[in-house]
Ligand binder design. Structure first.
Ligand code: CP
Ligand code: NVA
Length: 332
């Protein structure tokens, strides 16, 4: 089947078919190879993209910037302050103005409805660089990393431990369902993913022959896992007052040596990053002083172990985001 994604938005993976996701992964592999071989791939010379960030970022911003530059494009970054968007100018007006100047728009911010509204009013592709609900570009990097490690995706088992309602956990559930990967999340019930999304994913997964399991029992959940995944316990945009409660709720779901020992022997550890695995960050230090815990969602030992593929995963943000830009901006 011929896949053509020219002109498409990239807002959430529920909008993409299995074949389209696999196509993007294939393209990322080709682009990664070219980059490694220092082979020029300025296929989109003359085009320009704008990056709208209402939340902070290292990986996503750098991946879009370097990806765009590698493809020969110009890039404008608009940070959390300084643009008119939202304050003096509506999302709809912003989308129309930017569409007159740019060939593609990336957005990282709060509600998913904002990125959907941008896309509705834009005549150029809009890419979701993380919202409260979803983080779809992260998923492509994660899947590429899993595939690079095991040589395949279908039938593998990925287990998420932690705040299973967050953008990363929900997106993992979607991508696993679409690609036929068994997905389990281990979390206290109050942090389980939204029911409607679970139902949707279960339907998709059953067609692909995979399962979606939600459990409060971490050791049971991680049995037979190929991939153990976690994320921060409090996400960007959430109130800092939540830390106390989250630490109490999520401490039993910390990824440590014992958790890893209950997964498959060759299981890998993934994390979207940034991560609190020591006290070498401002927040990590504050949490230690306040709550006496020096490692949160993952221990330093696991983070730095040979099972940890988090730096490969971070690098793959570049190749996969580049694939999304190339596939959606190239001429038909
Ligand atoms: N994983 C991820 O999105 O990282 P950044 O917040 O640094 O972009
Ligand atoms: N759940 C995290 C992901 C960061 C990449 C957050 O939204 O802050």
């Amino acid at each position: 089947m011929d896949i053509n994604l020219s002109g498409r938005d990239f807002l959430k993976l529920l909008d993409y078919s299995k074949e389209e996701i696999l196509y993007l992964l294939g393209l990322a592999k080709v682009l990664k190879e070219k980059k490694k071989n220092h082979e020029s791939h300025e296929y989109l010379k003359g085009k320009n993209v704008v990056l709208l960030f209402e939340k902070d970022s290292t990986r996503t911003r750098c991946a879009f910037e370097v990806g765009a530059m590698d493809l020969g494009m110009g890039v404008t970054y608009l940070g959390p302050t300084g643009s008119q968007m939202g304050k003096k100018e509506s999302i709809a007006d912003t989308a129309q103005v930017l569409s007159r100047m740019y060939d593609g728009i990336e957005y990282r911010g709060f509600e998913q409805t904002v990125v959907e509204e941008l896309a509705k009013n834009s005549s150029v592709p809009v890419w979701n660089g993380l919202t409260n609900e979803f983080h779809p570009t992260q998923m492509l990097a994660d899947m590429l990393t899993v595939e690079e490690n095991f040589g395949d995706l279908h039938g593998r088992k990925l287990v998420f431990l932690g705040d299973a309602r967050n953008n990363v956990a929900c997106s993992l559930m979607v991508v696993c369902a679409k690609l036929g990967i068994h997905f389990a999340c281990c979390a206290p019930k109050e942090l389980f993913p939204p029911e409607a999304l679970v139902e949707t994913c279960k339907e998709i997964a059953s067609k692909e022959g995979s399962t979606i399991v939600l459990t409060e029992n971490a050791l049971e959940g991680v049995a037979n896992a190929d991939v153990i995944y976690t994320d921060v316990w409090v996400s960007m945009g959430e109130d800092a007052s939540l830390w106390a409660k989250r630490i109490e709720l999520l401490k039993p779901y910390q990824v440590n040596k014992e958790i890893m020992s209950h997964a498959k022997e060759n299981a890998i550890f993934l994390h979207c990053l940034p991560s609190f695995h020591d006290t070498n960050t401002q927040i990590g230090k504050e949490i230690y002083e306040k709550f006496g815990i020096s490692e949160m969602e993952v221990t330093d030992e696991v983070f730095n172990s040979s099972s940890s593929k988090v730096m490969d995963q971070a690098e793959n943000r570049l190749h996969t985001i580049k694939a999304v830009m190339y596939a959606t901006l190239k001429d038909e």
